[in-house]
Ligand binder design. Structure first.
Ligand code: AMP
Ligand code: ZN
Length: 116
């Protein structure tokens, strides 16, 4: 995907503060962290969003979910963390390359959604 910022990170065309990489996935720190620990876990395969996955992505999604707690622990979130996958416009997705936010820190995270 030529215009995808996360594909550019995968191709090393733009820099990122990486914390994990293997054949299938990449993890890097979010450029605008919402908490002391905030990194993104992405597949190397370009998939627009969680709304676009199918049975072919089963192994990939499984790997990502299994990796998330391991990386969170390595980043200091031994007592818990939050995973978020924003999906589509209503879900607040800004970058249309599937990613899991992994967020944590030293204190309990605030509530998720505030009704206005
Ligand atoms: P979302 O709203 O779920 O699509 O979130 C996209 C996230 O990507 C935001 O938290 C951004 O701060 C983050 N982000 C955008 N560009 C970069 C980048 N070049 N390096 C690291 N994180 C980024
Ligand atoms: Zn992409």
């Amino acid at each position: 995907m030529d215009n995808c910022i996360f594909c550019k990170i995968i191709k090393k065309e733009i820099p990122a503060n990486k914390l994990y990489e293997d054949e299938h996935v990449l993890a890097f720190h979010d450029i605008h962290p919402a908490a002391p620990v905030h990194f993104l876990l992405i597949p190397k395969l370009h998939v627009d969003s969680l709304a676009d996955v199918d049975d072919n992505h089963q192994n990939l999604l499984g790997r990502m979910l299994i990796l998330a707690p391991r990386l969170a622990k390595e980043q200091g979130c031994a007592e818990g963390f939050r995973t978020i996958i924003n999906t589509g416009r209503i879900g607040g997705q800004e970058v249309f390359h599937l990613h899991i936010h992994i967020i944590g820190g030293h204190q309990r995270l605030p509530g998720m959604i505030h009704q206005e």
